[in-house]
Ligand binder design. Structure first.
Ligand SMILES: *[C@@H]1O[C@H](CO)[C@@H](O)[C@H](O)[C@H]1NC(C)=O
Ligand SMILES: *[C@@H]1O[C@H](CO)[C@@H](O)[C@H](O)[C@H]1NC(C)=O
Ligand SMILES: *[C@@H]1O[C@H](CO)[C@@H](O)[C@H](O)[C@H]1NC(C)=O
Ligand SMILES: *[C@@H]1O[C@H](CO)[C@@H](O)[C@H](O)[C@H]1NC(C)=O
Ligand SMILES: *[C@@H]1O[C@H](CO)[C@@H](O)[C@H](O)[C@H]1NC(C)=O
Ligand SMILES: *[C@@H]1O[C@H](CO)[C@@H](O)[C@H](O)[C@H]1NC(C)=O
Length: 410
């Protein structure tokens, strides 16, 4: 610190006697040092310091613990909501009403090495106050949205602002928190068209892996938290295109074509999506993108339309998983890889944040928590893909609360 360059107050002392002058300089210097010493304190209020301290502790605890690695343990507490306290709980997820044993509800996710805090609707609403949060994806994104709507409605009744006939696009508003919760439908995130054969839908899709689907991206401006997910729609016959060229197909047996596999398709569509968000100019500054990883279905002895079912009454054990070889794990790995790439690019740029909600492994255990035949939508068709409410999908929001708390307050 160069005392010679001190400003004018020094000059006003020029006419003082030597003794007085020395005293003056002494006290002035003392004052100056005090200011320098306490400058940092002046700029941060006491409460802010306390808050940073808490955040520091919180993070330290988190760094020591991977929330996504753990196991399901018994928990006989009542869930935060049930089919009587959640007015928006969809009939097809109201499994206990349709005869499912509620035993599947009484488990909680226990990360190895720490505890996952229980979902706290008031705390969540405070984190997202004055914000817009959107779940973007297929019916599993909607499943998480439905869970969050039930959880939050325990504290404040939301107003429905928009809902299309199939519930694919919905907007709900929590007035006293000025919080907007949306769900935005997209099966593939990128552009795709269903092939029409002889005038009817064929369930075969042409997918343009390098072209983002603007039907959802045009809703991004103004959104602060985007929870994106994808996966299950790719597991069918598709034709894959890049740069308007047909590259190959998936689950196909066309003689002249390469079967590229749906993991390739999921990975490339996600790459296009994350790159779009990373470079999106219309997106909110500081937007947080949460990538929710893939969760599998648990059909046994068949699939959707040929008698598959999932009537287990306990979560799978680690040995029953053999997750390293399963399809779900390969999809999840490819998603984590793409996430890793975008993280590397944004670290150099700042502003936008990307967070992983790695629920794959936890959900691979939960063969017992699907509606199975307890949903009464289509006769003789069991649902082993979506998740009953209340149920383990509520844990996705428990994990979301922890990651949003960490990333929205920095
Ligand atoms: C709620 O669930 C119970 C089983 O726990 C069931 O008996 C009841 O019919 C359900 N009620 C509604 C309104 O869904
Ligand atoms: C709600 O939040 C938005 C975004 O922060 C703000 O522009 C708007 O004025 C707020 N509305 C009310 C009623 O507080
Ligand atoms: C489409 O219609 C034609 C003429 O009726 C028929 O020959 C053909 O097999 C049909 N294709 C498919 C895929 O059903
Ligand atoms: C493969 O063959 C089918 C019909 O046999 C044709 O429609 C398609 O264009 C061919 N694809 C390529 C990549 O040559
Ligand atoms: C599940 O369903 C199969 C076929 O109907 C049956 O054999 C089996 O006993 C059932 N398991 C349980 C736990 O209900
Ligand atoms: C999966 O693979 C990793 C490393 O190859 C190994 O440490 C882990 O035990 C395996 N887990 C299972 C369930 O096979």
């Amino acid at each position: 610190m160069n005392m010679a360059s001190l400003p004018s107050p020094m000059q006003s002392m020029e006419n003082c006697k030597v003794f007085q002058k020395n005293i003056g300089v002494f006290f002035f210097t003392l004052l100056l040092f005090s200011i320098i010493l306490f400058l940092p304190t002046l700029f941060s209020s006491h409460s802010f310091t306390t808050f940073s301290q808490l955040e520091g502790d919180y993070e330290e605890e988190e760094e020591a613990c991977d929330l996504f690695v753990g196991k399901w343990i018994r928990d006989f507490r009542e869930p935060i909501y049930n089919n009587l306290t959640c007015p928006t709980l969809p009939l097809v997820k109201n499994c206990v009403k349709h005869g499912k044993d509620p035993n599947y509800i009484h488990w909680r996710w226990k990360p190895d090495g720490c505890e996952l805090p229980r979902f706290d609707p008031s705390m969540f609403l405070n984190i997202v106050r004055r914000k817009k949060l959107a779940f973007i994806g297929d019916s599993l994104a909607r499943n998480q949205f439905e869970s969050l709507l039930c959880l939050l409605s325990q504290v404040e009744s939301p107003e429905n602002k928009h809902k299309d006939s199939q519930g694919r696009f919905q907007t709900w508003y929590f007035p006293s928190h000025n919080f907007t919760l949306m769900v935005i439908w997209t099966q593939f995130l990128v552009q795709a068209n269903e092939r029409i054969v002889n005038g009817s839908a064929s369930d075969v899709f042409d997918i343009h892996l390098d072209k983002i689907n603007s039907e959802w991206t045009n809703k991004l401006p103004g959104i602060n938290f985007a929870i994106i997910s994808t996966g299950n729609w790719f597991i069918r016959k598709t034709y894959l295109h890049k740069d308007d060229k047909l590259l190959g197909c998936t689950l196909c047996s066309d003689a002249n074509m390469t079967d590229l596999g749906y993991v390739y398709a999921i990975k490339n569509a996600l790459s296009t999506t994350l790159e779009f968000i990373r470079t999106c100019k219309e997106c909110s500054e500081g937007m947080v993108t949460v990538l929710r990883t893939y969760t599998p279905s648990h059909f046994e002895h068949g699939s959707w339309f040929n008698g598959g079912y999932c009537n287990r009454t306990l979560p799978l054990s680690e040995s029953e998983l053999s997750y390293n070889v399963s399809t779900a794990w390969r999809i999840r790995k490819s998603q984590v890889e793409e996430f890793g790439k975008v993280i590397q690019s944004v670290e150099m740029e700042g502003k936008k944040k990307f967070v992983l909600l790695d629920v794959s492994k936890a959900m691979m255990f939960r063969a017992d928590a699907h509606p199975d035949r307890h949903w009464l939508r289509w006769q003789n068709v069991n649902d082993c893909l979506h998740w009953c409410l209340p149920g383990p999908v509520d844990v996705w929001n428990e994990l979301l609360m922890v990651v949003l708390r960490k990333h929205s307050m920095k």
